[in-house]
Design a protein around this ligand. Sequence first.
Ligand code: URA
Length: 235
Amino acid sequence: MVTRADPSRTVRDVSTARSSLLDMRVHVADHPLIAHKLTTLRDQRTDSATFRRLAEELVTLLAYEATREVRTEPYEVTTPVAPAVGVRLSQPRPLVVPILRAGLGMLEGMVRLMPTAEVGFLGMVRDEKTLMATTYADRLPEDLSDRQVYVLDPMLATGGTLIATIELLLARGAHDVTAICLLAAPEGIAALEATFGTRDVAVTVVTAGLDEKLNEKGYIVPGLGDAGDRLYGVV
Ligand code: URA
């Protein structure tokens, strides 16, 4: 299921990326501040320092939406006036997983909203010819039983990296997985739906924008270019 409050605000209508049979949740955020920051990120004149700051701000806004179903438990405090029953995040703590390298640029924005989350790291690299993703670093708990996991990956392009990551997390017992992306392509959404949409797993994508397509090099069009390069420069 794809949700968006006002489809006219984004680059591409969502209907062609939606499958009526599948109910993997995709949320395209609709908020003027998100659209404003995303537009500046897209602009090729935006320098790395500004790009990093805006990416963090954008992720904090997306995180607000992405954590809507984070698990909490009742928690009693005493105000200066009277006892009050509120909530606090449940144990086990949510796990935030930035996918190296570009996902690192999203981490600060995420933990700013959820400072008590645990952070694990996953290094994935995409072969530019085959577009296949392979793991080169794995700093995650072995046992993710009952954990809610938030994956940070700026660009959902072919979906290869995200699918490999989510498979790994589910294989370790993750309870549900939410991917937070700055931008997504319909091809990537379709690949995730084809992989997870018919399985009994809770997978959600929250993105600031759903663009038109991928080009022949696997870049999102119009996109914002190579997110890692925009964040950290070309290496
Ligand atoms: N990765 C990027 O950094 N940008 C794209 O457009 C696609 C994948």
